[in-house]
Every structure is written in structure tokens, then in C-alpha cells.
Design a protein around this ligand. Structure first.
Ligand code: TMP
Length: 210
């Protein structure tokens, strides 16, 4: 049973869903209310995360199964590292906001291999720390595609319309499979950042009992 007062929140969504903007806004709002907030992301900026980004950009070649394994390792290090591990941050009373966590692996790696294998491979991380809430910013792949191509120079491995549609469908599949153990709150991401932020803020406030 959860005894912490500080929350562990994961933001999820396909590329271009506006997760990073929402992570930033939520961090600012919680900080303004006096919470200690640690906001972070996966793939991380640590050694394994850097290798993953290199692969996603196409600079280093790796099989999808290897990528799945690297995400497992990056995540465990992100949780357990003695210096920056989020298990420790939560113990220190920080509210932790993660830009992507377990469901990103289920959706993205699950698009290329058996989703149950991906869930199993991540079982250790899930056992160590499940988010108090997974906030899914649900944006249509068409809207996302438009945003990704107008805002970015690098189009990564999964960023084609069919790729985004497949990833969204895998998110849905994973939510259904894990509905008994994971708490998912879905928000309509096809709106302005301000409106999306309002929904997220309301949910977080209600979880904090405010
Ligand atoms: P970003 O745009 O949120 O930084 O996403 C980095 C990419 O990493 C994005 O295309 C999704 C991908 N990814 C996975 O494939 N599996 C994972 O477990 C995570 C965390 C990210």
C-alpha cells in the first residue's frame, strides 16, 4: 500500500502529443504550490539512454530486440542509480514527473515484437515502481504528424503516419491488458496546450486531495 504523499506521475503519448510541454507546465504548477518536484524523461541522458538516442536517430544500427533490452536497462538504472535514481528521489519527498515510462516500451517496442514479451521484460521495473497515474495525452496520429514535421529537424524511427497509428493502437492494447494493475488517465490532446494542462492539473490536484 502507498504511504507516500508525493506522487509519481508518468506522462505518455505518441510523438508530437505535447508531453514535454505538459511535463514542463505541470512541474511549474506543482513547484509554485510549494512541492519539491523532480522532472525527468526516458530515454534518459545517461550512458544507456544516449546510446538509445543514437540508435533512434539512425546513427548506430541495432535490432529491435536489442533496443527493447536497452530500454529495460536504461529504465532500471533510472530507477535504481544511487546518484540520480528516482526511487531515491521519491524517498526524499520529491514528486517525480516522468516524460515516458513503462507504457512507452509496451507501445513502441510492442509495435515490433510480442507485446507480452515486452511487458515481461519490464516486470522488474513495474514491480519496483508503478506510477500513481499514467497520464495519456491522446492526440490523433494525423495531428501529431503535422506537429512533428513542422517543429523538428530530426524525424526519428517511428515518426511516419502508419508508425504513429500503430503505436497508438499498441498503447490502447497495453491499457486494456493492464487495466487491473495500472491507473491510466486519458486526456484529449487535440486541443491547445492550455486546455490540456487544465485537465491534467485538475486530476493531479484531486490526487493530492486538494
Ligand atoms: P521523445 O520524443 O519523447 O524524447 O521520445 C524518444 C523516442 O523514444 C520516442 O520515439 C519513443 C521512444 N521510446 C521507445 O521506443 N521506448 C521507450 O520505452 C521509451 C521510453 C521511448
Amino acid at each position: 500500500m502507498k504511504t507516500r504523499k508525493n506522487l509519481f506521475i508518468a506522462l505518455e503519448g505518441i510523438d508530437g502529443s505535447g508531453k514535454s510541454t505538459q511535463t514542463k507546465l505541470l512541474t511549474e504548477q506543482l513547484t509554485a504550490q510549494g512541492h519539491k518536484v523532480y522532472s525527468t524523461f526516458e530515454p534518459t541522458n545517461n550512458q544507456i539512454g544516449k546510446l538509445i538516442r543514437d540508435i533512434l536517430r539512425g546513427n548506430t544500427k541495432a535490432d529491435h530486440r536489442v533496443i527493447a533490452g536497452l530500454f529495460v536497462a536504461d529504465r532500471l538504472d533510472h530507477l535504481l542509480n544511487e546518484e540520480y535514481g528516482i526511487v531515491k528521489k521519491l524517498e526524499e519527498g520529491y514528486t517525480v514527473i516522468m516524460d515516458r515510462y513503462l507504457f512507452s516500451s509496451y507501445a513502441y517496442q510492442g509495435a515490433h515484437m510480442d507485446i507480452d514479451w515486452v511487458i515481461q521484460a519490464n516486470a522488474m521495473s513495474a514491480q519496483i515502481l508503478r506510477p500513481d497515474v499514467n497520464i495519456f495525452i491522446d492526440v490523433s496520429p494525423e495531428v501529431s504528424m503535422h506537429r512533428v514535421h513542422t517543429n523538428r529537424e530530426n524525424v526519428e524511427l517511428f515518426e511516419t503516419l502508419d508508425g504513429l497509428k500503430l503505436v497508438r493502437s499498441k498503447y490502447m492494447e497495453a491499457f486494456e491488458k493492464l487495466k487491473d494493475v495500472e491507473y491510466v488517465f486519458s486526456v484529449d490532446g487535440n486541443r491547445t496546450p492550455g486546455l490540456i494542462a487544465q485537465d491534467i492539473w485538475q486530476k493531479v490536484q484531486s490526487m493530492l486531495g486538494q
